[in-house]
Design a protein around this ligand. Structure first.
Ligand code: NDP
Length: 253
């Protein structure tokens, strides 16, 4: 990980668990002041307090990336607490299992709203100020699913493939502005994602990954490994752009 010679306030969207929580820790350890956002504010506040107890700078505010107002409100509070935001990690996401034919329009739209329109809302709220200051990083947590869709995760697969389209466009539009748009693509990672699925659904979906050759091997990354990659990408010195970064579990030795 790179150490930061300057104070660079960073936002982590979806910081209440899993990859986002570990990213907040990793960024704070690398010297970034961090703002944690998620719907479970109690979790974010607890983690922010733990980071402060270890000597880091951290605040927490409620954030729902599916609401324009909530994102704007969060951005205003963070700016008031930490000053100009230099780094945004768009990490909030959710996935439900199910056959496309049975998933229902409401749930399909909900996953797209959080996983695809949510990142757009974060861009709207934070990137114009970065462009005006000619510096900043916006990092999107995508997924290996963006490159190879998974069955029984159709909305999720569509949302992550769509996200990569959004980022590809944004990268070109940001050329020469001093703002980097980056992608980190984790493979299967231990987190709370899928913890609301029942055991039967989980076993079925994992079976399908193997059946269709979609997982290199049935191992999972620790969220910290993904977090370290994220901190490395946004912490890279100016003039260096590390993107896209694929993070996958190593085959067992
Ligand atoms: P978790 O379920 O542990 O974390 C998801 C985070 O997103 C939580 O902090 C949750 O907070 C937040 N979130 C969900 N909905 C919203 C919302 N509407 N507004 C704000 N925050 C929200 O899972 P992961 O850590 O695994 O997921 C993090 C990212 O990593 C996701 O984008 C996911 O797609 C991606 N990913 C995960 C992989 C895996 O195998 N786990 C593999 C590849 C990518 P709260 O509920 O409190 O709002």
């Amino acid at each position: 990980r790179y150490t930061q010679p300057e104070r660079r306030p960073a936002v982590v969207a979806g910081a209440s668990s899993g990859i986002g929580a570990e990213t907040a820790r990793a960024l704070a350890a690398a010297g970034f002041p961090v703002a944690l956002g998620a719907r479970r504010t109690d979790r974010c506040e607890e983690l922010a307090a733990a980071i402060r107890a270890e000597g880091g700078e951290a605040v927490a505010h409620p954030l729902d990336v599916s609401s324009d107002e909530a994102v704007a409100d969060f951005a205003a509070k963070v700016r008031a607490d930490l000053g100009d935001v230099e780094v945004v990690v768009s990490n909030a996401g959710l996935v439900g299992p199910g056959r496309l034919l049975e998933v229902g329009a409401e749930r399909f739209a909900r996953e797209l709203d959080v996983n695809l329109v949510g990142p757009y809302r974060l861009v709207q709220a934070f990137v114009p100020a970065m462009v005006a200051r000619r510096r900043g990083d916006v990092l999107f947590v995508s997924s290996d699913v963006a490159l190879r869709a998974r069955p029984f995760m159709s909305a999720y697969s569509a949302s992550k493939a769509g996200l990569e389209g959004l980022v590809a466009s944004l990268q070109m539009e940001l050329e020469g502005t001093g703002v980097r748009a980056s992608v980190v693509r984790p493979g299967p990672t231990w987190s709370e994602m899928g913890s609301d699925w029942d055991a039967e659904e989980t076993a079925f979906v994992l079976e399908q990954w193997v059946r269709f050759g979609l997982a290199r091997h049935p191992h999972f990354l620790k969220a910290r490994a993904v977090a370290d990659a994220i901190a490395t990408v946004v912490g890279a010195p100016r003039g260096v752009h590390l993107s896209p970064v694929d993070v996958n579990p190593e085959a067992p030795v």
